[in-house]
Design a protein around this ligand. Structure first.
Ligand SMILES: Nc1ccn([C@H]2C[C@H](O)[C@@H](COP(=O)(O)OP(=O)(O)OP(=O)(O)O)O2)c(=O)n1
Length: 167
């Protein structure tokens, strides 16, 4: 017989607790709850909506989410350009620590543990989120600026001509 764990009034099959991954399956795990309650379906729909949206999320979306995040916590007073820059540099340090003392790392990180990859994804995200917030607070449209910079780069570093590629 499947063993059940009691959690906030719900009986959860033990197997689903083992599968539980806090990063990806937070609400999907609710689908394993006993019964057919409508809020379970809603939780699953919300999870699907978040996963769909995260596939093509824009810098503007992230910027708005960060603005709301700071607003509801009354943290706007801390989000000055200088504080955000220092916070971002701190996160770059945390990102660097992941690679520290490992020697050269193969592309795709084939020999890394899943937990190390998840940690890397989190630190990369922290750097990106502070960068986006910094740009927003400085009144810079980062998507627009980055697209313009790519064009500028291609003018500064033109593609090699065909005969140059032959030699
Ligand atoms: N004043 C703050 C504090 C945090 N954050 C957000 C942006 C980052 O994505 C994340 C950073 O949170 P932490 O400072 O807790 O840093 P870590 O998540 O890296 O935790 P730790 O340093 O314990 O590993 O939270 C924010 O927007 N404004």
């Amino acid at each position: 017989m499947l063993s059940l764990i009691h959690f906030y009034g719900y009986n959860i099959p033990f197997a689903s607790v083992i599968k539980f991954s806090p990063l990806k399956s937070k609400t999907r795990a609710f689908g394993f709850f006993e019964g057919n309650k409508s809020h379970i379906k809603l939780a699953n729909m919300e999870q699907e909506r978040v996963e769909e949206r995260s596939m093509d999320i824009s810098l503007k979306d992230l910027s708005k989410q960060l603005e709301d995040f700071a607003k509801v916590r009354n943290w706007e007073k801390y989000h000055s350009p200088r504080n955000l820059l220092l916070a971002m540099v701190g996160e770059v340090g945390e990102l660097s620590q992941i690679f520290q003392w490992r020697g050269e790392v193969d592309k795709g990180l084939p020999n890394w543990k899943e937990s190390d990859k998840e940690h890397l994804a989190e630190e990369l995200s922290d750097v990106l989120l502070y960068l986006i917030r910094l740009a927003d607070i400085c009144g810079i449209d980062l998507g627009d600026a980055a697209a313009k910079k790519i064009i500028k780069n291609s003018i500064k570093y033109p593609e090699p001509k065909v005969f140059e590629e032959m030699f």
